[in-house]
Write a protein that binds this ligand. Sequence first.
Ligand code: IPM
Ligand code: MG
Length: 356
Amino acid sequence: MKINLAVLPGDGIGPEIVTQALNVVKAICSKYNHTLSYESALVGAAAIDAYGNPYPDSTHKLCMDSDAVLFGAIGSPRYDNDPGAKIRPEQGLLAMRKKLGLYANIRPVAVFPQLIHRSPLRRDLVENADFICIRELTGGIYFGQPQGRSEDGNTAYDTCVYTKPEIERIVRLAYQYAQKRKKHLTVVDKANVLSTSRLWRQVSQELEKEYPDVKTEYMFVDNAAMQIIQYPKQFDVIVTENMFGDILTDEASVITGSLGMLPSASVGIHTSVFEPIHGSYPQAAGKDIANPLATILSAALMFEYSFGLKTEAENIRQVVDKSLQVGIVTEDIASDGKSRKTSEVGNWIVKTINNI
Ligand code: IPM
Ligand code: MG
C-alpha cells in the first residue's frame, strides 16, 4: 500500500517523540512492504516563530494532500502566562481541527498491567478497565461566537453553541464504536443546567431508537467525573461535548498509570490526525527523556484507522507491551531506577519490530 504522511512535530518534546514514532512507521512499512512517503511542516509556537501563524496555509495544504497526519504536541511557556498574547500556539491546533473537519477525538483508555502500580487508584478498581472516550472536537464553547471582552475589558464571555447535525454525527459515530465493543454507550452532559446539553440529550434519545442493540445511559458530567475514578470498569464508550471531553479525558488518562502512554485519533471530514494525548512538556524538550510510547501507539492507531492495517497496528502494540515487560522505558515509568533515553526506547522498538 502507498502511505503518504504529513508529519507535524510541533513544540517542546514534539520533535523528539515524533522522530521515534516516524522511525517505527518506517520499520513497519519496510517489514510489510508499504511504500512510505512523508513531508514535515511546522505548527504551533514553532510556526508562529517562522511565519507568524500557528497553522500556516502551507501546513494545511500538506495535511489536506496527505493520507494521515502524525502530530507531536503544541504549546510553549512563552505564551502561557501572557493573557494579552494576540496569537497563541493553541490557536494552531484549533484551526487545524476546524479546517480539517476533525469533529471526533477518540481516546482509548486501556490499562497496561505493567503500569497498574503507578495508577493513583487501587489495583482492583483499575485492573481490566478498558473504555473509549469520544470527544466532540469542532464545536461547543471552544468555537462558539461571540467570544471576547467588553470594551472596558472588565467582562469576558464565551458562547457554547451546538447544532443538531453536529450532535447527531458524533453520537452516531459513538454508537458505531459501541456496537463493535461491549454495546454500552454513556452520553455525558449537563442537561440539568445547559440548553446545549438538553439538545444533546434530545438528539441522543432520538438516535437511541436506531441502535436497540446498544444500552444507552445518560450521565451528568459532574457525576461522570466522579464515576471515572470510583468505578472506571463500568464504562465502554463515553461520548461528550468538546470541553467536558477535554477535562474527562485528562482525568481518565491518569487512572491508567501514565499520561505518557495514551494515543489519540482525531477523525472527521478530511485527513485524520494521530497524536499522543499528553502535551508539549517544555521542561523536557531537547533532553531525550520524554516517553515516546504514546506517539508510537498513535502511529499504531493510524495504521488501523486510516489504512485498515490491523496486523501492522497489532505488531506495534505487541512490541510496546514487550518494552514494558522487559523495562526498556523512559524515566517517567521506569521502576528499578534504570531508565532509558527517548531515542533508546525508540531504537529498541524498531530493532524488535525487525526481529520478530
Ligand atoms: C487537548 C488539549 C487542547 C484542548 C489544548 C492544547 C488547546 O488540551 O488536545 O486536549 O484543549 O483541546
Ligand atoms: Mg486537553
